[in-house]
Design a binder for this molecule. Sequence first.
Ligand code: FCB
Length: 442
Amino acid sequence: MAEATFHFPRGFLWGTGTSSHQVEGNNTNNNWWGWEQEEGNILNGHTSGPACDWWGGRWREDLDRAAESDHNAHRLSIEWSRVQPSPDHWDESVLDRYREIVRGLSERGMTPIVTLHHFSDPLWLAEIGGWENPSVSEYFTAYTKRVVDGLKEYANYWITINEPNVFATNGYLLGIFPPGKRNLPSTINVMTNLVRAHAGAYHAIHSIQPTSRVGAAHNYRGFVPFRSWSPFDRAAASLLSSQFNNFFPRAFTDGVLRFPTWFKRIQAAKGTQDFLGINYYTRDMVAFNLLKTNSLFIRRFYKPDDELSDNKFIANTSQFMFTALKWGTQFDVPIIITENGVENLNDQLRRKYLIQHLHQVWRAVNFNFPVKGYFHWTLVDNFEWERGWTQRFGLWELDLHTQARQKRPSADLFAEICRQNCLSSDVVAQFAPEIYKEMFPG
Ligand code: FCB
């Protein structure tokens, strides 16, 4: 059998990602909580409920799991609605709690990456128009200052906003996240406010902590024209790439917001990303289709021979991890893979997916792409937004009724990779023998 070892650079960050609303439980004061109680919004009527009970204290045992699995980093998020339960009230005890958690990471030898906004908004903000409110950027900056002031001793990697493209699209264009709007002008307004808010937060963080490293986590999707000869399919794919993939990272680079037929300059946003966070999961085939009146005449789909996740949510297309990283190099800053993973209950696909994607990350590293870390989504099964609990992304399985965790084989696989800082043929032979030959031919 061929033998090989794919080494990663020294100091590479290895860990998992989580977000407040998905793991803490009982976030009753944010817009998602109310949205979950309304019929028809969440698959099977699921609600986040106690989630993974992190707020109840189970963050400790889960971070122990991560540390014992040799993760040297962890990405988590702060819940705005807890820190600022109403516009004129800041809850110091909440900041104390987050200090304890983030310090808990350092104590366990893990570098924290702290996200300030991961999809959920305080109820009071939603009530005054959410991200359409012209003052949202000032509110977000004030909140950011409080958090960074409170945590600066323990953290210096910050993600301002998680997936601004998904947040704006799902909440304001497709109507599948709160506030459930389907309105193009609103979406454009929200995209503009997200850029302003990111810029405000970036400068605020740097003024409090000059050595900080600030970025955003961008969801990158591969978009491939279905009929490569068709100018219509090509135009559709290119529209999606420019609006979905490029819009925010470009705006954070040169301060220019490029809409399809016009642009706008926000000077303060120029040069506001010290690193590029990439969340990569999958790619779409893209075709122009006159019947698709609700989605700008664009049809997105997977190929019939794609290997799909349990709920057909993700196609296992690992080559596009390399494409995503190559795309990321144009921004000329270090890259961190802030999310990557697959929903898979029995863990068969996850092992393969993880290995194949890390293989592509390793390739990218060898092309000297400045990739500095990899965060698997996620540590323990958690509440997956409009898909509720139907999708299982965890290295650990969660029993919702008992809160018991059960380790999946991928947790051990990932631990080996983190421990050795490399992906070896031995590990592939042990955890996913079915792909050994394809990875190590000869
Ligand atoms: C990303 C989100 C994350 C999680 C994964 C599966 O879009 O950032 O919270 O839901 O998808």
